[in-house]
Design a protein. Structure first.
Length: 170
């Protein structure tokens, strides 16, 4: 991180997977360094094949297996950018509620001992939702299109899609 950037300026692009992530001093796997904590926000700086160089909010950088990083949805489109509106989001909100309801019912069945762990896994297999509510703004994960939408209460705008993280050439 250069001297003009502060921790307050840090904008993560990814998070570390729930099991944490080993790190290396260079993209060769020869010299391991301290592992990253689970779900730690990081900024992807560079890519070199499957390697990713990440920056932590404290300024520490290291190389990781970039394929394992979990991409974060980015902020909504800039106000100066013309918005490409998608179909309205109420249908997607209904699917989110239904999917969450299916998961909740399956979890209740498991907790009550009416089903076993394998039945629970089969029942919940393939359920995917994502919702971030921030005041009047909502970010919704559309599992059918495998991408994120930003919804301002009136219309939804596609603004982020998962996939290989982008970065400058290593």
């Amino acid at each position: 991180m250069d001297a003009t950037n502060t921790a307050a300026d840090f904008r993560p692009t990814h998070v570390v997977p729930p099991d944490g992530l080993p790190t290396w001093s260079s993209p060769d796997g020869a010299v391991p360094t301290e592992p990253l904590d689970p779900l730690l926000p990081v900024r992807l700086l560079d890519r070199l094949g499957d390697w990713g160089r990440v920056l932590c909010s404290n300024g520490w950088a290291a190389w990781v297996d970039g394929r394992l990083l979990v991409p974060l949805p980015q902020g909504p489109p800039a106000a100066s950018t013309p918005l490409a509106r998608t179909a309205e989001a109420r249908g997607l909100l209904t699917r989110v509620e239904q999917t969450l309801g299916r998961y909740r019912r399956a979890a209740e069945e498991l907790a009550a001992g009416r089903v076993d762990g394998e039945t629970f896994r089969r029942t919940t297999h393939g359920l995917r939702i994502g919702v971030v509510v921030d005041g009047e703004s909502v970010w919704l994960y559309d599992a059918e299109r495998d991408g994120w939408l930003y919804y301002d209460g009136t219309a939804a705008t596609a603004f982020a899609a998962p996939g290989a993280p982008s970065g400058s050439e290593g």
